[in-house]
Design a binder for this molecule. Sequence first.
Ligand SMILES: Cc1cc2nc3c(=O)[nH]c(=O)nc-3n(C[C@H](O)[C@H](O)[C@H](O)COP(=O)(O)O)c2cc1C
Length: 382
Amino acid sequence: MRSTDSYFCIDDFVAGARRYLPRMMFDFAAGAVFDDVTFRRNRSAFQRYILKQRVLVDMSTRDIGIDLFGKRRDLPLIIAPTGPAGMVRYKGEVALARQAAATGIPFTLSSASSTPLEEVARDGGGDCWFQLYVSPDLPRSYEVVRRAETAGYEALVLTVDSNFGHARERDLKNGLTIPYGLNRRNAFDLLSHPGWLTTTVLPYLMRGGIPGFPNFATARDDQGNERFLKFPGFNWSHLDELRSAWPRKLILKGILTPEDARRAADAGADAIIVSNHGGNVFDAAPATLDALPTIVEAVGDRMTVIVDGGVRRGSDVVTAMALGADAVMIGRATLLALAAAGEPGVKCALDILRGEIDHTLAMIGQPELARVDDSIVSRAPA
Ligand SMILES: Cc1cc2nc3c(=O)[nH]c(=O)nc-3n(C[C@H](O)[C@H](O)[C@H](O)COP(=O)(O)O)c2cc1C
């Protein structure tokens, strides 16, 4: 495993991940869908804002923690659910959960993870949230919800922007499909990444084989085969049942309009995540930072508003909070750090973000992150 000495900013992990992962895995973890327009829009939205610099304010003590759901967190971050974490590194989900716990922030486990949710909660420790993709076999989805409750997950994150399956062009080109299609090209890709084969794939092969999806409620297709099916009929009317089945915090992930945010609040959700899945589902979506202010205006006094998408710098985090976010989720930042340098990489990424958030706070002359508001942010002149 590479040391973390050569990583100074989040973007440095992209090159490290590219070296370690076969192309098919790298494209899946780092790329987005269609023409990557939404993915780029998320990033460029941050550059359209400037923060107000203040000088000669006593900044000898600074507090970059927040209160989230009545609990103190040492950083305003949450690690987002990313399905392939356990395939970019052996048991990568546990590494992410462990580092989130050590940093004092929540970790969200994906429904599509390779490690069973019980094992991640047990070995990761800390405050774990569980992300749910519902399958058309609702009773099975509820079984997974009950498992998450028994295992002690503190929040259920229902992803609402991905109920329609759509193959990603890059994955089709790279042969990354379910079931997996090995061909000459991707065989060469795999064989030219012996580090990944020996440190991620081999440990699985030695302990029972490549894992499937132990937390995904599969459903039967027309031919009676068990499949990883999405549920296009899932709608607001199903939320009552889910709300009554889950006694802890319920969070809807993938909200982009004030109308849907209000419906989420009416449905009894405790929080929403303003998210476009990191540009991974719909290439005509707005940047999440652009969607955030009107959503905060609509529901900010009724529920917690979290945002994700394109966060790579501490100043991005402070900008999102100045525009009204209560907390910020990060996906690729920690996923690519995990791929590049394993668990030490995740620690390094979180340390980098902590340092940058702290520096940003010092530069704007605000000793408490929780008190940052829109008076410190404005549009950059064209
Ligand atoms: C490779 C990858 C896999 C993802 N898997 C999931 C998932 O299983 N469930 C989910 O709700 N979101 C998933 N997401 C979306 C993230 O939770 C998050 O919304 C997104 O990564 C935020 O954007 P960022 O990567 O720019 O920080 C995934 C994102 C990536 C990049």
